[in-house]
Ligand binder design. Structure first.
Ligand SMILES: [Zn+2]
Length: 54
């Protein structure tokens, strides 16, 4: 699953506005430790859909 690199440059964490790290099936915000799912190639940047890691 890949996401357009230009899209990745403009999307940020909805909670802290930080940069998101692309992982195979999710986008991960390290400051928040929140993992946002990618569904059908579309990142779901909703805090309600995010999973807290750790
Ligand atoms: Zn964040």
């Amino acid at each position: 699953m890949s996401i357009d690199s230009k899209l990745l440059e403009i999307i940020v964490c909805p909670q802290c506005r930080g940069k998101l790290n692309l992982e195979p099936e999710s986008l991960f915000c390290s400051p928040c430790a929140l993992e946002f799912p990618i569904r059908n190639g579309i990142p779901v940047l909703l805090i309600d859909s995010a999973k807290k890691r750790g």
